[in-house]
Design a protein. Structure first.
Length: 423
């Protein structure tokens, strides 16, 4: 019975995909005759259905630009409606397929029509722009100026998402963050675990990006949100618990009852969920992030020390991911082992093998990769900043196991300093 249901569901999904592909083909045929409003509505429909068709959204972008440059193409008149601007911004943000020039062109139009947007529309537009690598400080300045007085109109997911959006684009508005903290504390009882986590993550990244003169204290807000998070902690999975633990570490919020009596036991209970990821890059990164966060605790408890040991065992059991691990994750793991005073030789050998090839092979340097077309390894692919992070991490370690990795990193850094990229 269960197999039959799964088969029927897979058939429905396949039929739906075929149907939307037909719609997409027809939309491409018609797009050159659409108005701004019609293009916005179609883009919104396809993005809501999660149709990922690069050519389709490129055609939508091109037609939208044509309508902006030639207002006569708009059957509803030259004035652009706020609803259509919202539809376009959310559509391209949802599928992350966009034209940078178009998204920049929309900003002054949004500013001109700002009084026609509902507060939640502005919050969602900010979220959409935060998902795209489009520099739009004017848009976020507009949102920061317009929303503080109307935050009561936003739902908890929108309040949390607004904090995350400003953190993602590294734009800080004291008035907006102050108003957000006040509004969140007023309505904490309506926040679920994910809203609490997203808000705290956003707040932690905002704090991390602040210059010293803008340094702020949100201790009371963090404590209140943490208390609410604890009430609904059981609804979080292992990966969300790792994110929560790391977030509190970034916020320097080490309240023992929260960290050692609630989060650490919850992580220990669900650690196997991370191990089930096997040799996936995500599992490796999450385990190294957890180990790093545990190493930063100002004081270890018996429970946190046991969790650190279990995390090391999980890393050894899972091994390196099939794809190349992130250099930052390797560096965090090495630094965490040193900080914890647990320079596990077996794990160090595993981490070193991510940096240098297996015995008997030579590391492929950045210069050699470019010159001879060799298949690159971590040394060749890592940025200068990532190499320096790795070198600092391995430099902390006194074990002889890491000497080969240290030497390989030194050679690569020297090559990059002396070798000019080939033209």
């Amino acid at each position: 019975m269960k197999k039959s249901r799964l088969w029927m569901r897979s058939c429905l999904v396949e039929q739906r995909a075929v149907l939307w592909q037909r719609y997409a083909t027809r939309a491409v045929e018609l797009v050159d005759g659409l108005s701004f409003c019609e293009t916005a509505r179609l883009a919104a429909a396809f993005s809501t259905a999660r149709v990922l068709d690069f050519d389709l959204y490129t055609r939508f972008s091109n037609r939208t630009m044509d309508c902006l440059r030639n207002p006569g193409l708009n059957s509803a008149g030259p004035k652009i409606q706020a609803a259509d601007l919202r539809r376009l911004a959310l559509a391209f943000g949802r599928v992350r397929s966009f034209d940078t020039e178009l998204m920049k062109e929309l900003v002054p139009l949004i500013e001109q029509n700002v009084e026609d947007f509902r507060p939640r529309d502005l919050a969602r537009i900010a979220d959409a722009y935060a998902r795209m690598p489009v520099q739009s400080p004017e848009l976020f300045a507009l949102v920061a100026d317009a929303l503080p007085a109307y935050l009561y109109d936003l739902e908890p997911p929108e309040l949390a998402g607004l904090c995350r959006s400003f953190a993602q684009v590294a734009i800080y508005s004291a008035d907006l963050v102050d108003a957000l903290c006040i509004e969140v504390r007023k309505r904490l009882r309506s926040f679920g675990a994910h809203e609490c986590l997203i808000f705290l993550e956003g707040l932690s990244h905002l704090h991390a990006g602040l210059d010293e003169e803008f340094n702020r204290s949100d201790t009371d807000t963090i404590a209140d949100v943490a208390e609410q998070l604890v009430r609904v902690l059981s609804t979080l999975g292992a990966s969300e618990l790792v994110r929560a633990f790391s977030t509190f570490v970034r916020l320097d919020h080490y309240e023992p009852q929260l960290m050692h009596n609630r989060l650490v036991p919850a992580l220990a209970l669900k650690l196997n969920q991370l191990q089930q990821g096997g040799s996936s890059g995500t599992s490796f990164t999450q385990l190294t992030e957890l180990l790093h966060s545990l190493s930063l605790l100002p004081a270890q408890s018996h429970a946190s020390a046991e969790l650190a040991t279990a995390t090391i065992t999980a890393l050894l059991r899972g091994g390196l991911p099939r794809s190349r691990p992130e250099p930052g994750a390797v560096a965090l793991a090495v630094a965490a082992l040193v900080q914890l005073g647990q320079e596990d030789e077996e794990l160090l050998r595993l981490l070193c093998s991510a940096v240098i090839p297996a015995s008997g092979q030579q590391a492929t340097t950045w210069g050699a990769t470019r010159a001879r077309g060799n298949v690159p390894d971590m040394l060749a692919l890592a940025s200068d900043e990532e190499l320096m992070q790795l070198r600092r991490a391995f430099g902390l370690c006194s074990s002889a196991t890491v000497v080969a990795a240290q030497n390989a990193l030194d050679r690569e850094l020297t090559v990059r300093e002396t070798t000019q990229p080939l033209q």
